[in-house]
Design a protein around this ligand. Sequence first.
Ligand code: BGC
Length: 416
Amino acid sequence: MLMLGATAVGALSVASGAQAADGKEVQMLHWWTSGGEAAALSVVKQALAKQGYSWKDVPVAGGGGGAAMTTLKAMVAAGNPPTASQILGYYALDYADAGKLADITPLAKTGDWAKVIPTALQKFTTVDGKWGAVPVNIHSVNWIWINKATMEKIGGAEPKNFDEFVALLDKAKKAGVVPLALGGQPWQEATMFDSIVASTGGVDFYKKAFIDLDESALKSGTMKKSFDNLAKLRDYVDPNYTGRDWNLATAMVIKGDALAQVMGDWAKGEFAAAHKEAGKDFLCYRFPGTDGSVLYNTDMFAFFQVSGDRQAAQTALAETTMSPEVQIGFNIIKGSAPARMDISDASFDTCGKKAIADIKAANAKGTFLGSLAQNYAQPPAVATAYYDVVTKFVHGQIKSSDEAVTQLVAAINSAK
Ligand code: BGC
């Protein structure tokens, strides 16, 4: 009691030393496990390393973030939240509403973030005027990615509408090329269906059905036709698509094993990681029939309430993420557009320039709409119900478009 042995003193100082080190650590949960994604995240890591912060990765694979969100939920419930988590739309709102997020409003005020981030996104970064998350990028799902050499080989041209897209895929099939690289995972199929719905019914229909959940739109002939169109695209995938990861589908297009992929612009990050150039090695077009609209998802970093000694790391991560240098460096590699609207497009490739211009134009004319598959149109329960119906249809458990429409209406009604 009177005498503290050397070992006890040593242990004490190690413990307090460890605590100091914790304060200098950024623990980040995310699902950026592909080559392009990891390379983009390094930009953030390196910027923080320069400020003396170490990085502890908590990666949980799976686009759309479903699996990562399960891990996050467990960490938050155990009172052990990460410094920050990658998060999508309505998931962030749930944590904000539950009072789990930190308040970084003073940083937002100093940085004037409200002026540079699109208002549509601020619905998700901010609740009751309080900022709890920052957007690192803007992605959109309505793109197609094409191997240019293969396109030339088959004599294809940019498809301007859905029928032309089908005709192009058919040309590839006749030439003995796998027309469409798809990963048969629910989130990928639903992400593709977002674009099909916007193309089949137009952007106003997409809005009515998926943003407003208007039942007459959900059960309309146009929704049935959207499922018919999904079935048409399914005819052009190779037999091994079930369960394939999205980046392996992108790799098929990169290598010329397939002509095209329908995927968000994170696919471009894989082309970049493989040293492929936009316009030279690959082509990017808006999903045929959706040019002028942007079905967006933005990756946000949500900040949870943590002990005082961990808050400096959160501040550093938030400020770093919002810095113009990181918004440029990260998004060039990631394939996305900066979330800040005050950034020049000069250092972006042609696809990046188009993404940036499209976002501004869509934002101005009301065609900048959240992706349902990517959790920016509806709360997670509705998005999950949507995944379920779309994937059952793609894999033949739901046999007709009529049945798909009936099940979609029922699933959404019970989830909302
Ligand atoms: C995220 C992207 C990510 C993709 C695939 C999406 O949900 O928004 O940043 O690259 O999933 O992992």
